[in-house]
Write a protein that binds this ligand. Structure first.
Ligand code: MTE
Length: 321
């Protein structure tokens, strides 16, 4: 993610590392030094917390819901778990090791705002309550890279049911933890922390909206946004907020962190559309993480059948930015 004019927090374009260069540089570094972050044969991170230490480890793997099919190979775990955006831990992709500092127990999620059942949920109690399943989803970052991942979790609509929204609730506002002691990125005061994202209630109750608690048949590793993140696979990846601590039902449209910084580039809707370029690059195609293959980007990231209807009466909105 970059912003249009050079701001104190922004990399100039020329310093951003394209993914293939990133991997070549990594190979070079691991070849010489044994690697600061070594990849094991299983694709995990050496020297970092193991997902089996997570108290929810016994819940996984969960049954796969076969209604969600992929048109491509899954991204290798070793690749997806070492190329992440999680600005709380740094503005580059190699945050996996730093993210291990995030304490994920105890962890509570507050549900508040315009609901009949406001509550504070302990993550393990929430996991015990929800029908967990695995879904294979495509994931398309606004930076024009993509992956395909086996998320585990539950439909966001289940959580909406639990909250029981009142009739004037129109939006959901999601918030990430705010703890600069463990997340050095949050010491950078030019970002409006905590990370916030939002969607309409209609989007939240669409069958695709998914609360993620695991990946690759295990509890979610910290760099993916443990212990609870969102997956909205028809939208650009920045909408899929990580490490959620609060979900508020609101009347007003929430303003996300990226929208607050640069609304012209990162808007509220952010639906994937290959025909609408980002102000600084084309969105027509995407680099597939790990393989380096370039593929044509699909309308709504391939999920038009499920979500196009959500937007038919919203043509005046900037739906694809
Ligand atoms: N959530 C938080 N809290 N902080 C972030 O920096 N980055 C977003 C999104 N969710 C981000 C976040 C962006 S830009 C992307 S592309 C995805 O997380 C990356 O998810 P991944 O690291 O699992 O691929």
């Amino acid at each position: 993610m970059n912003v249009i004019r050079r701001k104190p927090w922004a990399l100039p374009e020329s310093e951003a590392t394209p993914e293939d260069m990133f991997w070549n540089r990594r190979k070079f570094m691991t070849g010489i030094a044994g690697g600061a972050i070594g990849l094991t044969a299983f694709g995990g991170l050496r020297g970092t917390a193991n997902a089996s230490d997570d108290p929810s480890a016994g819940l996984y793997p969960v049954p796969r819901n076969d209604s969600f099919k992929l048109d491509r190979e899954l991204t290798e775990e070793a690749v997806a778990s070492t190329y992440n955006n999680f600005y709380e831990f740094g503005t580059h992709k190699q945050i996996a090791r730093a993210a291990q500092a995030l304490p994920i127990r105890p962890w509570t999620v507050v549900i508040d705002g315009l609901v009949d059942n406001p509550q504070t949920l302990d993550i393990d109690a929430l996991l015990a309550k929800m029908p967990l399943e695995e879904r294979l989803y495509r994931f398309r970052c606004v930076e024009a890279w993509s992956m395909a991942v086996p998320w585990s979790g539950f439909a966001l609509s289940e959580l909406v049911k639990l909250a029981s929204p009142q009739s004037d609730a129109k939006y959901l506002r999601f918030e990430t933890f705010n703890n600069p002691d463990v997340a050095p990125g949050q010491k950078q005061s030019w970002y409006p922390w905590p990370y916030v994202e939002g969607m309409t209630l209609a989007e939240a109750t669409n069958e695709l909206a998914f609360m993620v608690t695991g990946v690759y048949g295990k509890p979610l590793a910290k760099q993916f946004g443990a212990p609870l993140r969102l997956a909205l696979p028809w939208k650009y990846g920045f909408k899929s907020i990580k490490s959620v601590v609060r979900i508020s039902f609101t009347k007003e449209r929430p303003v996300g962190l990226w929208e607050a910084i640069q609304a012209k580039e990162y808007g509220f809707w952010a639906n994937v559309n290959p025909g609408v370029p980002h102000p600084r690059w084309s969105q027509a195609s995407e680099r597939v993480l790990g393989t380096g293959e370039h593929r044509d980007t699909l309308m709504f990231n391939g999920y038009a059948e499920q979500v196009a209807g959500l937007y038919k009466d919203l043509q005046g909105e900037k739906l694809y930015m």
